[in-house]
Design a protein around this ligand. Structure first.
Ligand SMILES: CC(C)(COP(=O)(O)OP(=O)(O)OC[C@H]1O[C@@H](n2cnc3c(N)ncnc32)[C@H](O)[C@@H]1OP(=O)(O)O)[C@@H](O)C(=O)NCCC(=O)NCCS
Length: 154
């Protein structure tokens, strides 16, 4: 890959959906479908973002923020663009948007075996708050994680 790596994060649009769905399909065994992402574009409390290098989508995050609680519904980065801080930038953007929407807590679920994602979330101060036993395909546990994001006003 070119040593100059430059990208930015912006709201997801309809024109991004084919690329997002392609990343999703190569990432997950049970991927979200096109319609699922399409719904995120118009759903009242949803904030989907993409990371874009040139005009290529290299990652995305889907956030839902309702009253005081925000949830990360999905985050993925193109395989050959991982390990370069893209997920960190996406998560920072999601947290900023959740705060803007009035959220105080951010929550998510992650597969117990997904150590890179768990590391990412711990890096941001998310704490394990529960486990859903055999939640994925009746086989793998889901770890529930939360982070207080509320700004302290002095
Ligand atoms: C998890 C994922 C989104 C991380 O994306 P990324 O752009 O590679 O992550 P970043 O480069 O921003 O890394 C941020 C931090 O996450 C952690 N991390 C990321 N990849 C890691 C890995 N392979 N091993 C250990 N820690 C890792 C590190 O703490 C890293 O910080 P550091 O680079 O300063 O050490 C990416 O691996 C991915 O798309 N995975 C498949 C989809 C997925 O599992 N999504 C989460 C569902 S809950």
């Amino acid at each position: 890959m070119n040593s100059i790596f430059s990208y930015h994060v912006r709201p997801m649009t309809g024109g991004d959906l084919d690329a997002v769905v392609a990343i999703e399909a190569e990432t997950y065994a049970s991927p979200w479908q096109y319609e699922h992402f399409q719904h995120e574009l118009t759903a009242h409390h949803s904030w989907p973002f993409v990371a874009v290098e040139g005009n290529i989508v290299i990652g995305y995050i889907c956030l839902m923020s309702l009253f005081e609680e925000a949830q990360i519904l999905n985050i993925a980065v193109l395989k050959d663009r991982r390990g370069r801080g893209v997920a960190k930038t996406l998560l920072e953007r999601a947290i900023a948007s959740a705060l803007e929407a009035g959220a105080e807590v951010m929550a998510l679920e992650v597969r117990a075996s997904n150590s890179s994602a768990i590391e990412l979330y711990e890096r941001f101060g998310f704490k394990q708050v529960g486990i859903r036993t055999r939640y994925y395909d009746a086989a793998e546990d889901a770890i529930l994680m939360e982070k207080i994001i509320m700004e302290i006003h002095k």
